[in-house]
Design a protein. Structure first.
Length: 252
């Protein structure tokens, strides 16, 4: 159990003269579990908590899921409290807490990022998340969303929303691949976050790009010929701005 300090709901840290962008509000333990479950956090993940407070998200993940974690926190007193809690829980070998600004911290190692900030702060962080994190990295926010970047998944726990985004690969542009029978498919794609639209061709014949779904670096597409009863389904995999694999896939 973690100690909730009810009268700390202001923007001043326990250290004199330190003003915080986000007031410290402890995350309910049911919300912590929901965040970790929604992101499917496990022992192979590296979890970064931005504004880690008393460390409860990282400590819970380490204790219950054997997950390594890094907490980014500007308040040195909160860091001291988190380190004490980690020691008490016996997970100090799995977690670390760094005194640093969430806007300047290097988070590229993360496979999961958790946040309990404010929507305005989320929006300030959004460019950093999209540019620094690898495609497929999961980002989970308690209570606050990211405006027009629509969440990939969400749930409601203890009166609050929990949001999940999966960092999308940047795949806007033209792509083509050859089938074993020698036919060539071509796509011209436009992208807004994980939302993909565009056009498709088989050889010189335009076909309808009926449906798309981008999850990390994998794009599922449904391409239908005029008059065809069912579309053709493909799974495209991208890496470092290159199309590296194409396979037929099941309907989605």
């Amino acid at each position: 159990m973690f100690r909730d300090i009810a009268d700390d709901l202001d923007n001043y840290s326990l250290t004199p003269d330190t003003f915080l962008d986000v007031p410290f509000v402890p995350t309910d333990e049911s919300a912590v579990e929901a965040m970790l479950s929604l992101a499917k956090v496990g022992p192979n993940d590296v979890l970064y908590d931005l504004g880690s407070g008393d460390g409860r998200i990282l400590i819970t993940a380490a204790r219950d899921r054997d997950t390594r974690g890094i907490g980014i926190e500007v308040d040195p007193q909160r860091i001291a409290d988190a380190m004490d809690e980690a020691s008490w829980a016996g997970v100090e070998c799995l977690v670390d807490f760094v005194e640093e600004d969430i806007f300047t911290a290097d988070i590229r190692e993360a496979t999961v990022v958790t946040m309990y900030l404010l929507e305005t702060v989320n929006l300030q962080l959004r460019p950093k998340l999209l540019s620094q994190l690898r495609p497929g990295t999961r980002v989970v926010s308690h209570a606050f969303d990211m405006a027009d970047w629509v969440a990939d998944d969400r749930l409601r726990v203890a009166g609050s929303n929990i949001y999940l985004w999966i960092i999308p690969a940047q795949i806007e542009g033209e792509w083509q691949w050859d089938m074993t029978d020698g036919t060539t498919y071509r796509l011209a794609l436009k992208q807004r976050f994980q939302e993909i639209t565009g056009k498709a061709w088989l050889g010189d014949e335009e076909r309808r790009l009926e449906r798309t779904r981008l999850r990390g670096n994998k794009l599922e597409v449904a391409i239908r010929a005029e008059g065809a009863e069912t579309p053709d389904y493909f799974l495209l995999e991208f890496e470092e701005n290159m199309l590296i694999a194409v396979d037929l896939c099941a309907p989605f």
